[in-house]
Design a binder for this molecule. Structure first.
Ligand code: NAD
Length: 314
């Protein structure tokens, strides 16, 4: 391949075919929203359980990223970390991954949270092949993915951003162009460093109140209407049964795994170190999540409250 021009997606009003790779807690509901909006989707994931869900929703299931991308004008990926993105797009040798198989003009949107440097590496390789690559990490959690109300934080060329915007608008409510390649990832890790600090701090405050005789819901309601208000209290309370339909009320299953928060905090710390920026609160949150993930890596990141009371995790 490598010579066919797929820019027909703008020549008529028909929707581009999309290949979607990575159908986990975030990718599955994002892909489902694209199907509901009438996009034809071919999907790939290493896990059969993940692809089964999407098959039931109407996607065609492929055996490899290359098969999924056959006939697709757009590729979207939602993978755990940088090494998975590298392996899918660049392959083992750096030049035998999916990028080498895609026709010129394909639009590739990677929504995984990875290091900005890794995103720039893939973008550069894509650019040499005439492929548009955008880093487009998201914020909003699994609830936002299901509701189609994610925030997309995009890095890359303005022209590629314009092509991606109508597709991202199906899965998200706020679509930001943060700047050039890698800028989306930098903004995302700043946000997630703050989120890690807020979740650890909120868990600590609720635990202090409960250990001093307060009801966790009453205390949460008070802080929600006071100056401690923040996103975790609004939509993601870490204390079990304070809020419905959040991981803390479901045994900390689903949601955003602690090991993924740990990965994002490590990315933030690496960036801070590389650029000699002082981030003491981020460093503390990183330390807390590092010890928490030893036993609880697969549990949602709100399970950090279990540091204070392990019985909450059972
Ligand atoms: P997840 O682990 O639930 O899903 C990842 C999926 O990728 C899995 O189904 C896995 O089988 C699949 N996968 C791994 N390697 C693959 C490969 N080589 N080819 C195909 N599929 C492969 O993770 P998630 O919670 O969906 O998170 C995905 C990304 O989104 C991460 O980078 C995470 O940091 C970010 N993120 C997550 C949330 C959240 O709330 N869960 C919120 C914002 C951003």
């Amino acid at each position: 391949m490598g010579t066919k021009d797929t820019s027909t997606m703008d020549n008529n009003n028909s929707k581009p075919n999309i290949a979607f790779i990575g159908l986990g807690n975030m990718g599955a509901p994002m892909a489902e929203n694209l199907l509901k909006a009438g996009y034809a989707l071919s999907v790939f994931d290493l896990s059969d359980a993940a692809t089964k869900r999407l098959k039931q929703a109407g996607a065609s299931v492929s055996e490899s990223p290359k098969d999924a991308a056959n006939n697709a004008q757009v590729v979207i990926s939602m993978l755990p970390a940088g090494q998975h993105v590298h392996s899918v797009y660049l392959g083992d040798s750096g030049s035998d991954g999916l990028l080498a198989e895609l026709p010129k003009g394909t639009l590739v949107i990677d929504s995984s949270t990875i290091a900005a440097a890794d995103a720039r590496t893939v973008a550069e390789a894509a650019s040499k092949l005439g492929i548009d690559f955008l880093d487009a990490p998201v914020s909003g959690g699994t609830g936002g993915a299901v509701a189609g109300s994610l925030t997309f934080i995009v890095g890359g060329d303005a022209a590629a951003f314009a092509k991606a915007e109508p597709i991202l608008a199906v899965m998200g409510k706020n679509i930001f162009h943060a700047g050039e390649h890698g800028a989306g990832q930098v903004a995302k890790i700043c946000n997630n460093m703050l989120l890690g600090i807020l979740m650890a701090g909120t868990a600590e405050a609720i635990n202090l109140g409960v250990k001093n005789g307060l009801d966790p819901k009453v205390l949460s309601d008070i802080m929600l209407q006071s100056s401690g208000r923040n996103w975790t209290l609004e939509v993601y309370n870490p204390y079990p049964q304070v809020m419905e339909n959040v991981p803390s009320s479901n045994g900390y299953q689903g949601g955003f795994m602690s090991k993924l928060m740990q990965k994002d905090l490590n990315l933030a710390m690496q960036t801070a170190q590389d650029t000699e920026v002082d981030t003491p609160m981020g460093a503390k949150a990183t330390e807390l999540y590092a010890s928490h993930t030893v036993e609880n890596g697969d549990k949602d990141f709100s399970s950090i409250i279990g540091r204070h009371d392990v019985s909450l995790l059972s």
